[in-house]
Design a protein around this ligand. Structure first.
Ligand code: UDP
Length: 329
């Protein structure tokens, strides 16, 4: 298939490009490089430096490369930032998806795989979270993705043959197993990379955002899915899409780890000391989020295979240690 990957220079997008190439697909990469890193882009692939909000530009790309499927990763993805600057989240994420859908509807492309999030569920009362749990996001990031989901679903009902997959990720973690790709956000706010930076002496300490949550050890519980597992799921879902399909899947490992458990696992594999200090809660963080990933397993046979969090952290540590400047080298 000819696949356009938006956000191809970002964390998950860059790993997805590699999974698509391994699957034998032709890939066109697109990114506005506002947060992505040029160094992640395979030099032999076509790269379009463009914002997805450029509807006519994207339409031209879809036509020029005869794109069959768009995998849409381009988005802002920090919960905390979204609380502080909600409008840029609606503009980039919801507006970006609107623009992309508008371009797709004028093109021949009829498959769409969307990078969604468990943040669309908010603070569900049922745990683990299955796909039928009502979606009441509690932060603008989750809301911006939920609005995108709605537009995608509504377009499917009126665009003949349009097949869609909404993939709701839990916490994506880790690096490529061969060390070829890592993780680099600016600013860095995700727990595992923050731990790595503290262990490398690049930040003074890890602040643990709240230990008074109603969870077994008082810290937030999250479902950490390995990035390679996650992108393999994307390829499997894409390949299984039939005209007119609507597929909605949670992608996680089906169990949660608390922040303290992640820190303990990291202490076990990182050969450098690092300091952890308990701080106040971060706004917008639900106490507990973990998936029920049964649906994607029952329908497609996909399940996460890299579920040992210590191994995921160990791989990340090797990459961070070997690339202290990450993609800025
Ligand atoms: N967290 C933390 N300190 C940090 C970064 C994250 O205590 O410096 C906690 C955060 O409150 C959440 C969990 O780690 O409970 C995972 O956060 P992350 O930002 O990695 O992912 P998110 O859950 O926001 O997608």
């Amino acid at each position: 298939m000819n696949v356009l990957v938006t956000g191809a220079a970002g964390y998950i997008g860059s790993h997805a490009v590699q999974a698509l190439l391994r699957g034998g697909h032709q890939v066109v990469t697109l990114d506005n490089l506002s947060r992505g890193h040029r160094a992640t882009l395979p030099p032999k692939l076509p790269f379009v430096e463009m914002d997805v909000r450029d509807t006519s530009g994207v339409l031209e790309v879809l036509q020029r490369y005869r794109i069959d499927c768009v995998m849409h990763f381009a988005a802002l993805a920090f919960v905390g930032e979204s609380v502080e600057k909600p409008l840029i989240y609606y503009d980039n994420n919801t507006g970006g998806t609107l623009s992309l859908l508008s371009a797709i509807s004028q093109s021949e492309c009829r498959k769409f795989v969307f990078s969604s999030t468990c943040a669309t569920y908010g603070e569900p009362t049922t745990m683990p979270i299955h796909e039928g749990v009502p979606q009441y996001p509690i932060n603008p990031y989750g809301a911006s993705k939920l609005f995108s989901e709605r537009m995608i679903r509504e377009l499917r009902t009126v665009l003949p043959g349009f097949a869609i997959a909404l993939l709701r990720y839990f916490n994506v973690a880790g690096v490529a197993s061969d060390g070829s790709l890592g993780e680099h956000h600016d600013p860095e706010t995700h727990l595992i990379p923050v731990i790595m930076q503290a262990a490398l002496g690049q930040r003074e300490k890890v602040i643990l955002f709240g230990d008074d949550y109603p969870t077994p050890d008082g810290t937030c519980v999250r479902d950490y899915v390995n990035v390679e597992d996650l992108v393999e799921a994307h390829v499997a879902v894409m390949q299984s899409l039939k005209p007119g399909d609507e597929r909605i899947y949670n992608l996680g490992i089906g169990r949660g780890y608390s922040v303290k458990e992640i820190i303990d696992a990291a202490r076990g594999v990182i050969d450098q000391p690092f300091t952890v200090e308990v701080g106040p809660r971060r706004q917008g963080d639900p106490p507990e989020l973990y998936s029920n990933p049964a649906k994607v397993f029952n329908e497609l046979g996909w399940q996460a295979s890299r579920t040992d969090i210590a191994k995921t952290i160990e791989g990340a540590w090797r990459w961070f240690r070997d690339h202290p400047n990450r993609y800025s080298e």
